[in-house]
Design a binder for this molecule. Sequence first.
Ligand SMILES: Cc1ncc(COP(=O)(O)O)c(C=O)c1O
Length: 413
Amino acid sequence: MSAGYPSLAEAQARDAADPLRGWRDRFVLPEGLIYLDGNSLGALPKATIAAMRDATDRQWGDGLIRSWNDADWIGAPRRIGDKLARLMRAAPGEVIACDSVTVNLYKLMMALLTARTGAGASIILTESGNFPTDLHVAAGVAAQHEMTLDAAPRDQIAARIGPDTALIVLTHVHYKTGERFDMAGLQALADAHNVPLIWDLSHSIGAVPLDLGKDAARFAVGCGYKYLNGGPGAPGFIYVAGEALEFLGSPIQGWMGHAAPFAMTDGYTPAPGIERFLAGTPPMLSLLALESGVDAMLEADGDAVWIKSQACFDFLAQLMATRCPELSPVTPARADLRGSHASFAHPDAWPINRALIDAGVIGDFRTPDILRFGLTPLYLGFADLWHAVDRLAAIIADGRWQRSEYRALSKVT
Ligand SMILES: Cc1ncc(COP(=O)(O)O)c(C=O)c1O
């Protein structure tokens, strides 16, 4: 320790002792760039390049339509779903890889409300400030069912669950603050009121330890392009615990969710398993890229990933507190109360982040005032964090973020 914060030599020593350090070479990362945005778009695994070549050259190019059978394209959503299930400690047959989080959330909400037996309950409960798509889908579904959407502050959610609650939708790790809900506790409360609860695991899977079986979670959706490194716009997933599947039907009765798609019948019979949540033809190139990312996560030691995430968080927090005190920490310091990103508030977070990107550090900004740094233990090291904070401190000290070119908002922030 020097000058009250860890030195670069200390950071390098920690990297040398890191049991996950070999993983970094398995990702494509531009030389000199520090990537702290794996919570938005994960880095490209080198294995995915080979997988994509195989998918295009051999499977599509040579195999053509035969690959639906010969390369088991048709089985990919379920095969990848079973792999995702292992990452969440769910059972085989409880997860299917398909569609976007948005579409999956819609399908699951509609399925649950359609199957609802408790008449009278008319409120869909969620968190105010939840990820916008969750709020928008919930508002749309509420309108379709002539229900009310109650978006409550986090600390009031538990108290709001009652006899009027028809459905709860919560994002396990908050996209902006990084706060994590107590899954087992809230699930038990929802169960006590007999209310289905859907978890959005977009910022959880591949980031924090998940044990859906132990926590008794029964319904979830999640994202493939963040910590799973599945590629831009990668398919998401739906999770439905075994016994619940029997009474749920997808609101989109597509042919791929049919019990026998190639029987080509006029009538619709849902597939007996989780496949009933498929809608149309699976996007094979995207699915195979996702599978490559998921395979890497399965091969990595999940305990080591979470241990390193915590060490990275503490290291970053210490550096930020001493070198960039102008930015206020937002994410809970306690590991069990957060995910794998660290957020800091500053009224000029946008231009500061733009200047930081020009200095070779990609973090991201969330309106109105949040700088968000994703901690991805497979390809991020302690020296990266040290240099990132060093460059941020320099930007704040010399005031270069105040240049006019950093003010203009871009389409994607
Ligand atoms: C919590 C959460 N839910 C949903 C989404 C969006 O999902 P999609 O665009 O795949 O529908 C995001 C994207 O960042 C997210 O953070």
